[in-house]
Design a binder for this molecule. Structure first.
Ligand SMILES: Nc1ncnc2c1ncn2[C@@H]1O[C@H](COP(=O)(O)OP(=O)(O)OP(=O)(O)O)[C@@H](O)[C@H]1O
Length: 510
């Protein structure tokens, strides 16, 4: 059988936007999304079992209480203040309670007072994956809008995100957090959104969009930008770094009032983007982290050394049972590999879903919604979903291919975002990178060195042990010591390549 890499086609950077432009206000579909997000948020917020989808298996309950994590000064979820002390409006606080947030995370506690201060100041904010950056920028927007009746149809805040899935997710958070704010309107500017085709345009107070569609809508005057006072770039390093998206973000910003408050958030701001970000958001307050501080402690990073490419696929087949205990995401480099794995997993009678940039809007929505609801539990995807997607039941992330930057260089940032789809807000999760040959081994070592993180090797020839190790990790508490994976420093790779440095990670923050 030919290896999957023989079939590699065009890399999928996930930023493909359809040509189809439209506009909408909050519609029935968005309202459904809102209730889905609300449910997902509230079901998961306490790490408790429950929910109608059946995926909230009690055995996956978070063993360490969120309150314990939030009381630990070294944890990114730690805060001294309460939400009530952050000066938020009463109706906004009700939205926070609805989401069952009890205490802010560190980024929320630090960023919000700076964001809310008048006159508005720009912000560049960095915090580990899954630590609540969305709420930080959403609460700022909700606090800054003019809700007077004459402004109900006037766009006043704009969020740009790199994928339609993330834009829809952010809209859901806005709708839940703002559900007690009278007169709030919000909508999405994403490709192929049927309701976006209204002649009237998008007449809502908060718009969440992908950069290309948003830019086109502003230019066509389907989206009036003259009263926008807050611009947020979520996953800002990715948005500003990529040639296409970067240009589009700059052009959108040029179409907004000069006084707009620019807010940039991401878990990663690699050096080469920092200066650019500072120009995009001049004189910004900055909350930044060192790259050694970026990994999330609750995510156990494992790797499996596969002697051949074929063994990588066999590993997936063997991991399938573990993947379906919670839900899982398999990341691959190209669309073609994604489709090929889907075909071969189906041939093995394994149910998997596949989402890549080649699918059109409505199809993509169905696939991600099915994954969110727990209807499908294993999702094969490309970097299109590497960032921002928050599905709290994801307990396992598989890097079928390690991420590169498209020019053959290792891409540690994308690795971090990918594994960050698990271990959200204090939960535990496992990432498994499948490596094969010197090159992928070198890539893994670069990633390990970059983050100063411990990665542990799984035995490639004893699947019972692999299963035991992964189950233990998923079920263990973060503070627990029952993590038994073989340390690669002693095990070594199956194909005789050099070992990966396995220094334990530091957990200091800010
Ligand atoms: N203060 C809080 N208390 C409890 N849960 C929270 C709190 N803030 C956020 N959350 C939850 O934490 C999860 C992760 O939040 P969010 O998606 O905003 O993370 P993020 O920092 O943007 O991550 P990423 O870098 O991956 O985009 C969400 O499910 C959110 O509902």
């Amino acid at each position: 059988m030919a290896s999957l890499d023989d079939r590699i086609s065009k890399p999928d950077n996930g930023q493909i936007e359809g040509k189809d432009i439209g506009s909408s206000t909050v519609n029935a579909k968005a309202e459904k999304e809102m209730s889905d997000v609300s449910k997902a948020q509230t079901d998961g917020a306490t790490g408790s079992a429950g929910g109608s989808s059946g995926i909230y298996d009690p055995s996956y309950e978070v063993n360490v209480k969120l309150s314990d994590l939030q009381a630990n000064p070294n944890d990114p979820l730690y805060s001294i203040k309460s939400f009530e002390e952050l000066g938020l409006d009463e109706n906004i606080l009700k939205g926070i309670y609805q989401m069952r947030f009890t205490k802010p995370s560190k980024i929320q506690e630090k960023a919000l007072p700076l964001l809310l201060r008048d006159p508005p100041t720009n912000m560049i904010g960095q915090s580990q994956s899954g630590t609540g950056k969305t709420a930080a920028f959403v609460l700022n927007m909700l606090s800054r809008l003019d809700y007077s009746p004459t402004m109900v149809n006037t766009p006043q805040a704009l969020v740009l995100a790199p994928s339609r899935e993330l834009a829809r997710q952010i809209l859901g958070v806005i709708q839940v957090m703002g559900s007690f704010v009278e007169g709030l309107t919000a909508g999405v500017a994403i490709p192929m959104e049927v309701a976006n085709r209204n002649r009237d345009g998008l007449k809502v107070q908060i718009v969440v969009g992908t950069p290309g569609t948003t830019m086109d809508m502003i230019k066509r005057r389907q989206l009036m930008a003259d009263k926008i006072k807050v611009l947020v770039l979520d996953e800002a390093d990715n948005m500003l770094d990529q040639q296409g998206l970067g240009d589009q973000c700059i052009r959108v910003k040029q179409l907004l009032p000069k006084t707009v408050q620019v807010v940039l958030f991401s878990a990663t701001f690699p050096n080469h983007v920092v200066e650019y970000a500072s120009r995009f958001a001049p004189n910004a307050n900055q909350i930044t982290l060192k790259h050694e501080e970026l990994t999330v402690e609750g995510i156990k990073q494992l790797y499996l050394d596969c002697p051949t490419e074929l063994d990588k696929f066999d590993a997936l087949v063997r991991l399938y049972g573990l993947m379906t205990i919670g839900s899982s995401i398999i990341f691959v480099r190209t669309r073609h590999t994604a489709l090929e794995i889907e075909r071969r997993m189906n041939a093995e009678n394994h149910t998997v879903a596949c989402l890549t940039g080649e699918y059109l809007g409505a199809q993509r929505d169905i696939i991600i919604d099915s994954f969110r609801s727990g209807h499908s539990k294993v999702l094969i995807t490309t970097n299109v979903l590497s960032r921002g997607i928050d599905v709290q039941t994801v307990s396992l992330v598989v890097n079928y291919d390690l991420p590169d930057d498209g020019h053959g260089n290792t891409d540690p940032q994308t690795y971090l975002h990918r594994i960050g789809r698990t271990g959200r807000f204090g939960r535990v999760g496992v990432s498994i990178s499948l490596i094969c040959g010197q090159r992928s081994y070198r890539m893994l070592k670069e990633i390990s060195d970059y983050f100063g993180v411990e990665m542990k090797s799984l035995p490639h020839n004893d699947w019972d042990q692999v299963e035991e190790i992964i189950k233990k990790v998923i079920k263990s508490s973060r503070a627990g010591s029952n993590f038994q994976a073989t340390n690669a420093a002693t095990a070594g790779p199956a194909n005789g390549t050099n070992d990966v440095s396995m220094e334990p990670s530091g957990s200091s923050w800010m």
